[in-house]
Design a protein around this ligand. Structure first.
Ligand code: FES
Length: 185
């Protein structure tokens, strides 16, 4: 049940997905960059110049990702969290009183399709990688992601709900190129 790394194109054609609670994908950017490591700050320092980055994009095949699964891909040296949200997660995200939020944003402005949430997986406090991609992870009180560094909690729309982080998890630029494929960047 090895994770699938697909450095050429970024597609995942998963096997044994029924036994997984998450998938990890290493997707090289089309511009020729892309690497995976748990040491994101180090990778950041190794990133190529901005003009090269501007060209980079990552295509992701979402077809193998079952409802309730979360997928991590790498885009421009950063983790991007893709959540195939089950109905209850969508409902929770939509029911929140937006005016009560630190970084007020309705869920509808953060997704292109309600069942797919795509966010940069970097805590907006000091840049740790929040937990929550595995079903067994601590996802905090709001069911999204929990950053153990200083206790920030994000909801099922990736919005900051508790802890020191000032902003919601960022939504990267992306588009659906087919029903089940997105291009990030
Ligand atoms: S870096 Fe996430 S809470 Fe501080």
């Amino acid at each position: 049940m090895a994770d699938i790394a697909h450095p050429a194109g970024g597609s995942v054609h998963g096997t044994e997905t029924s036994r997984r609670d998450f998938l990890t994908l290493t997707a090289a950017a089309l511009g020729g960059i892309g690497a995976a490591s748990a040491i994101w700050p180090f990778l950041d320092s190794m990133n190529p110049a901005k003009d090269t980055l501007a060209l980079s994009s990552t295509e992701v095949d979402l077809a193998p990702v079952q409802k309730g699964q979360r997928l991590t891909v790498v885009w421009r040296g950063k983790p991007v969290f893709i959540d195939h949200r089950p109905d209850e997660e969508i409902k929770k995200a939509q029911e929140v009183d937006v005016s009560s939020l630190r970084d007020p944003q309705p869920d509808s402005e953060r997704v292109k399709k309600p069942e797919w949430l795509v966010v940069v997986g970097v805590c907006t406090h000091l840049g740790c990688i929040p937990l929550g991609q595995k079903a067994t992870d601590d996802r905090g009180q709001f069911g999204g992601w929990f950053c153990p560094c200083h206790g920030s909690m994000y909801d099922t729309s990736g919005r900051i709900r508790q802890g020191p982080a000032p902003q919601n998890l960022a939504v990267p630029p992306y588009e659906f190129t087919s029903d089940t494929t997105i291009k990030i960047g």
